[in-house]
Design a protein around this ligand. Structure first.
Ligand code: A2P
Length: 331
């Protein structure tokens, strides 16, 4: 028998991608329902050639029975509705940051820590997009050598801020006078070292997500993470420059071999032939791409890497659908 699935925030950038990926990965669905706000309730969405009507999100509909509810409608919607759905016995896979650090809520990258899901019922958190791709690439190295410290700078696509941000970039490219509504400064032909709000310690909330989510997923609170997260004028695909200090000195060929074998990782590392990943090349795929793998010039235990993935896919929708697949495969 197929599954009963609901998508909350189905008209948004990630919600639409979730529908696309559910179809693409042939998830066996008996019943699909889609929910959004009063702004779009009643509109029709296409799923696998069939029209599905957008339903208004209410407390009552969240009490209906679903095998899985995928949420991507922002933190306040998740805060209010995810507990109601979970209380009714539904498994919620939440793409917002609302529940990620709550004790007892699994924070899952299926390639890394799917084991945590065994027998679990309730809210499951999908990590931050930048954290997901970093974990896919670094977990195999953590297992082999132990990670001491990560220094990461991100180059994040505007699609991570939703549909409005994609429009803002496209319009600003055409029209210099187009206002900045989503971002604090013009994003076209610019880069903005400011994602989410500033904390009093000088880091942004996005940067702190990368710190605490990494420690939770790798189950090691001693890992030091220093992140600088930057929005750049790219539509799809986040890139990351990562400097990594390990507890042991790694061999560069062994690191490449470990990454080549790692689930979800594609090594693209032949710089002489311009072979390294860029967001334009990897957009619309589900893997995490690693290139520019090199040893630090000074510290024998340190490495640098360049990691790129499609933020709406592996960074959000694909990871959520893989969580469904992981739970189903444990049954
Ligand atoms: P709607 O399209 O009806 O506004 P994005 O991240 O691309 O901005 O998308 C946000 C998604 O979350 C959209 O599907 C949006 O629906 C949905 N959403 C936002 N606020 C609410 C709300 N209060 N109740 C239900 N859905 C919401």
């Amino acid at each position: 028998m197929g599954l009963s699935i609901g998508v909350v925030g189905a008209t948004g950038a990630v919600g639409r991608k979730m529908l696309e990926i559910l179809k693409e990965r042939n998830v066996a669905i008996d019943k699909l329902r889609v929910f959004a706000s009063a702004r779009t309730a009643g509109e029709k969405l296409d799923f696998n050639g069939q029209e599905v009507t957008v339903e208004l999100l209410t407390e009552d509909v969240m009490k209906d029975q679903f095998d899985y509810l995928l949420f991507s409608a922002g933190g306040s919607v998740s805060e209010k509705y995810a507990p109601i759905a979970a209380e009714a016995g539904n498994i919620v896979i939440d793409n917002s940051s609302q529940w990620r650090m709550t004790e007892g809520v699994p924070l899952i990258v299926p390639e890394v820590n799917a084991h945590v899901l065994k027998g679990y019922q309730g809210i499951i958190a999908n990590p931050n997009c930048s954290t997901i791709q970093m974990m896919v690439a670094l977990a195999p190295l953590h297992r082999q050598y132990g990670i001491k410290k990560i220094v990461v700078s991100t180059y994040q696509a505007v699609s991570g801020s939703g549909h409005k941000a994609i429009v803002e970039l496209a319009e600003q490219i055409k029209d210099e006078a187009y206002p900045s509504n989503v971002y604090p400064k013009r994003i076209a032909a610019n880069c903005i070292p400011h994602i989410d709000v500033f904390n009093e310690n000088g880091f942004t909330k996005e940067e702190l997500k990368m710190v605490f989510e990494t420690q939770k997923i790798l189950e090691d609170n001693t890992i030091e993470v220093n992140a600088t997260t930057v929005r750049i004028p790219v539509y799809y695909g986040h890139s990351e420059s990562i400097y990594l200090e390990l507890k042991e000195a790694p061999g560069i060929e062994e690191v490449k071999a470990l990454l080549e074998e790692a689930p979800g990782v594609v090594v693209m590392d032949n710089p002489e032939n311009n072979h390294y990943p860029t967001p334009l090349e990897v957009a619309d795929t589900d893997d995490t791409y690693v290139g520019r793998i090199r040893k630090d010039l000074y510290n024998p235990n340190a490495l640098s890497l360049w990691v790129v993935a499609d933020n709406l896919r592996k960074g959000a929708a694909t990871n959520a659908v893989q969580i469904i697949e992981a739970i189903e495969s444990m049954k």
